[in-house]
Ligand binder design. Structure first.
Ligand SMILES: Cc1cc2nc3c(=O)[nH]c(=O)nc-3n(C[C@H](O)[C@H](O)[C@H](O)COP(=O)(O)OP(=O)(O)OC[C@H]3O[C@@H](n4cnc5c(N)ncnc54)[C@H](O)[C@@H]3O)c2cc1C
Length: 486
């Protein structure tokens, strides 16, 4: 394990109390990975500031000494975005966890980055309001992490991703300069830096304050469970619902393996003989919900659903969702390890892509559980493997890479919500050409000339793309012709 220099340690201890600067192996070990535990790295030092001013001074110090910094929220990320660096400082924002203001009239809340996603809705609940984006990890993940990953969730089909639900950000560059971006109005001048910072995976700035939009809680919500004897029919039903002009508040799919795992774990009452289920929730005013539920049921039946169940009350509705929300840990009980992929495809391609994934599962000899935000076309195939069996992790990674490439071929993208991090950095070479990658590098340099904020994540170097040979040759034009081939 790399030890911090005496100068760095002393300067950090001048800023922070001694229990907020960790560098003993046993103290820093809990920070060695995020939710993508296949990748681990012991950080050189972990710092736990309480205030924005302390964060600013830590950044200034690291900048002055040329030490790389990785920001971390709750560490639930699934792409290795908060994976530490052996020679870097891991900057935890967990202690900046105050809800600074809730303004029910303006329907906004001002919060620090370490506030948990669900805590915002809890604080807004007495005013009949809530924060819409709801990643399945919402009990633990931080709003700062949500902004950095532009996180989504069940409700995002109707209410948008994180980027659509924030108004203003305050952040710090690696040099410790304060950035104030966005505003409480509907539009703000200049380039849309709010959108640029959202999803920037901790590479451009450290977010220290977020103003989020709050929405009124709908009068009523109702969910229908539809069972199918064929995955492709369930996939087609998703497109049919949206094509009918209905935007559900949630439209999720689970396949047989995921259904069985979730049922065994939560006893939600899922049909165990189904090949796939859809959970379709609609919300709004009383009459609107009744009417839409009827239409949804008709479409599901016409799409080949073998069994429909509409939750009779809120308790049953929440029970049906509990199975979906617990599906990841439930699948975790089926196999020693799983690898969660995250790609997005146009909805109409769902039947085809799911069939391909199933074929590849046979080829690679690894089981796959599908549980995902079907309405958004956001796939989350969970590849089951055993890290103790030689070569199985490599097989799972290769299989995962093929799934992402399939998403790109189907007209989609390599990430829907979990970010690129270290996990999907090579697939960025498949998704983007030289021009786009060069622009990404120029944007990074505009914020962080020294390249010290979260280096090595999200955007591959042009050499890396050339080395892995993943670039597609378009009309005979070789990308990066000036780079040597290996
Ligand atoms: C069981 C489970 C279910 C999940 N379900 C979903 C889901 O439905 N939808 C979804 O989108 N994601 C989901 N995730 C992934 C994850 O929870 C989200 O990506 C979440 O937004 C990460 O937040 P975090 O606080 O844990 O961030 P971390 O993992 O700590 O960090 C994530 C990234 O954000 C950066 N970062 C963190 N805080 C800051 C900050 N203040 N300033 C700048 N950069 C920062 C880090 O450097 C890193 O690159 C799930 C994860 C798990 C384990």
């Amino acid at each position: 394990m790399t030890q911090p220099s005496a100068e760095l340690l002393q300067r950090l201890l001048d800023i922070l109390p001694s229990d907020a600067v960790l560098s003993r192996r046993e103290d820093v070990a809990p920070y060695e990975s995020d939710g993508l535990t296949a990748y681990r790295q012991t950080p050189m030092t972990v710092v736990l500031p309480h205030t924005e001013e302390q964060v600013r001074k830590v950044l200034q110090t690291c900048h002055a000494l040329g030490v790389p910094v990785v920001a971390r929220g709750s560490g639930t990320g699934l792409s290795g975005g908060a994976l530490p660096l052996a020679d870097g400082v891991l900057l935890s924002l967990a202690k900046l966890n105050e809800i600074l203001a809730v303004d029910p009239l303006a329907r906004i809340a001002r919060v620090q980055p370490g506030v948990r996603n669900l805590a915002i809705s809890a604080a807004a609940a007495p005013h009949g309001l809530y924060y819409a984006p709801d990643p399945s990890s919402q009990i633990a993940c931080s709003i700062g992490g949500n902004v950095a990953e532009n996180s989504g969730g069940v409700h995002c089909l109707k209410y948008g991703l994180t980027v659509h639900n924030i108004l203003r950000l305050r952040g710090l560059t690696i040099a410790g300069e304060v950035l104030e971006i966005g505003g409480t109005g509907l539009d703000s001048d200049g380039y849309d830096l709010l959108a640029l910072l959202t999803g920037s995976e901790g590479m451009l700035a450290v977010i220290t304050e977020i103003t989020v939009k709050l929405l009124p809680k709908p009068e009523r919500a109702q969910v229908v469970l539809a069972a199918f004897d064929d995955l492709a029919k369930a996939g087609a039903a998703v497109g049919n619902i949206i094509a009918a002009g209905i935007i559900p508040a949630g439209l999720e799919m689970m396949d047989r393996l995921a259904i069985r795992a979730a049922e065994d774990f939560v006893h939600a009452g899922y049909p165990l003989d189904a090949e796939a289920i859809l959970l379709c929730e609609v919300d709004g005013g009383n009459e609107e919900v009744s009417e839409e539920i009827m239409r949804v049921r008709e479409i599901l039946l016409a799409s080949g659903s073998t069994q429909l169940r509409t939750a009779r009350d809120d308790a049953e509705r929440l029970k049906l969702w509990a199975g979906r929300k617990a599906a990841f840990p439930a699948v975790g009980r089926l196999s020693p390890d799983y690898y969660c992929m995250d790609g997005t495809i146009p909805r109409k391609q769902l039947p085809l892509v799911l069939a391909h994934i199933s074929e590849m599962s046979q080829q690679y000899g690894l089981r796959v559980a599908n549980v995902f935000h079907a309405g958004d076309g956001n796939l989350n195939p969970l590849i089951l493997y055993d890290a103790n069996r030689p070569g199985e992790l490599a097989q799972a990674e290769a299989f995962g890479a093929k799934i992402l490439e399939l998403c790109v071929e189907a007209g989609g993208t390599i990430t829907g919500e979990h970010g690129v991090g270290v996990e999907k950095i090579d697939q960025m070479c498949t998704q983007f050409g030289a021009k786009e990658l060069a622009l990404f590098h120029a944007i990074k340099a505009a914020f962080d000339e020294s390249g010290l904020l979260n280096p090595g994540k999200a955007v591959p170097t042009l050499h890396r793309c050339a080395e892995m040979g993943a670039m597609h040759v378009h009309r005979g034009e070789l990308k990066f012709p000036d780079l040597p081939r290996f």
